[in-house]
Design a protein around this ligand. Structure first.
Ligand code: BMA
Length: 329
C-alpha cells in the first residue's frame, strides 16, 4: 500500500525520527513537554491545544487554566512548533447576538482550515458543555457563530473540507460532569449554523483500553485509504479514568462509516509528565500537523491536564497498522 495524503506540505514540521529500537507507532519528542509548568503568570497549565501552520511558522489556540481552574482560550505563536509565545489575554470572540457570546468557560479547542478560513471549535460552557464555533482569517479577530448543539456535548471536530457540499463535524454527546460514557457521532450542516443528519460513528467498548469512552482528537487527515482520525480512548481503573491515543480510518464519502480501527492504543500514559500533573494518566490529542509530501505527523497532546507534549509518527505506518490490526466488532 502506497498512501497518498491530501493536505499542505509542511517542510519545517517539528520532527524527530523513530528512536533506534522503538517499535511503537507514535514516539515522544525527546525534549517533552513543549509547554511546561506555569507557562504564564498565575496559569497552572496550557494543554489540550491546537496548532496549525501559519505564514511559514505555526499558530494555535491554547487552553489555559489559572488558579481558579476555569479554562480560557488564548492565541499562541511559534516560529518552529516547539517554542510558543502566548497572548496574555483570552480571545475576545465577537458576535452581534449577545446571547451567543455568553460563556462560562472554554476548553479543548480544535482549529480547522476550510476554504481559506480557520474555524475554532471548542467545548463552550453555555448552561453546560456544548460545542462553540468561531471563524478567523487572521487569528486577531474571531467571529463567534451559534453553538452547534444543545448541551451536553464535547470534542466537536470539523472536517477540513465540505463533503457533498456539507460541513461535517464529529462530536461526543456527554453529561455535565466527567461523563462515564461517550461515543463518536457525525453531524452535517449546510451553513455551520444548523446541524442535523446525526450518525453514529463508533462506540466505546471492546477492548478494555477504550471500554469507558472515546472522542475525536484533531481534525481528520484525508488519505487515499480514508480519513485518518486520531482519537482519545478512555479506560476505567480503580484509580479513575486513563486516556490513551489511538487511530481509525473513516470512509471518504460517508465518514460515519468506519473502514477500520486499530485494536489497541498507539500511545499510553507512561512518561513522567503524563503521570504527574493535575490529572495523572492523561494523553489527550488535540492538534495535528501532517506533511502531505512525507506523511510525517506531529501530534500535540495534553499531558496530565497540565502540560503540552509532542508525539511523532508516520501516516503510512499508522494506516498500515490499522489495516493489519483491525478491531473486530
Ligand atoms: C475530559 C476533558 C478533557 C480532559 C480529560 C481528562 O473529559 O475534560 O479536557 O483532559 O477529561 O481530565
Amino acid at each position: 500500500m502506497k498512501l497518498s495524503i491530501v493536505g499542505p506540505e509542511i517542510p519545517n514540521i517539528p520532527w524527530q525520527p523513530r528512536p533506534a529500537g522503538n517499535q511503537d507507532l507514535l514516539w515522544r519528542y525527546d525534549a517533552n513537554p513543549v509547554i511546561g509548568r506555569r507557562p504564564l503568570p498565575r496559569v497552572t497549565g496550557i494543554y489540550n491545544s491546537a496548532v496549525v501552520p501559519w505564514q511559514g511558522g505555526f499558530i494555535g489556540v491554547f487552553r489555559t487554566e489559572g488558579m481558579d481552574r476555569v479554562p480560557h482560550l488564548h492565541v499562541g505563536r511559534s516560529p518552529d512548533g516547539y517554542k510558543f509565545t502566548f497572548e496574555p489575554k483570552p480571545i475576545d470572540f465577537k458576535c452581534d447576538d449577545p446571547e451567543v457570546r455568553k460563556h462560562e468557560y472554554a476548553y479543548d479547542p480544535r482549529v480547522t482550515e476550510i476554504e481559506g478560513t480557520h474555524y475554532v471549535t471548542w467545548c463552550n460552557g453555555y448552561h453546560g458543555p456544548t460545542i462553540g464555533i468561531a471563524k478567523t482569517k487572521d487569528f486577531v479577530a474571531f467571529e463567534q457563530l451559534e453553538n452547534a448543539f444543545l448541551p451536553y456535548n464535547r470534542n466537536g471536530v470539523l472536517f477540513p473540507k465540505r463533503i457533498n457540499g456539507k460541513f461535517l463535524m464529529l462530536s461526543r454527546p456527554s453529561d455535565t460532569g466527567h461523563t462515564p460514557f461517550g461515543d463518536i457521532f457525525l453531524s452535517e450542516s449546510p451553513d455551520l449554523v444548523y446541524w442535523g443528519k446525526h450518525r453514529h460513528v463508533m462506540g466505546r467498548g471492546w477492548p478494555w483500553f477504550q471500554g469507558q469512552k472515546i472522542g475525536a482528537g484533531p481534525s481528520p487527515v484525508e488519505t487515499s485509504e480514508g480519513w485518518l482520525l486520531i482519537y482519545h480512548a478512555v479506560t476505567s481503573t480503580c484509580n479513575g479514568f486513563v486516556y490513551s491515543i489511538s487511530a481509525m480510518l473513516l470512509d471518504l464519502e460517508q465518514p460515519w462509516k468506519v473502514v477500520a480501527c486499530a485494536n489497541q492504543a498507539l500511545l499510553c500514559p507512561e512518561a513522567e509528565y503524563e503521570l504527574k500533573g493535575f490529572v495523572p494518566g492523561v494523553c489527550f490529542p488535540v492538534g495535528l500537523l501532517c506533511d502531505a509530501k512525507t506523511g510525517k505527523l506531529a501530534i500535540y497532546y495534553g499531558a496530565a491536564d497540565t502540560f503540552s507534549a509532542l508525539a511523532f509518527g508516520n501516516a503510512q505506518d499508522i494506516v498500515q497498522f490499522i489495516k493489519d490490526n483491525p478491531l473486530k466488532r
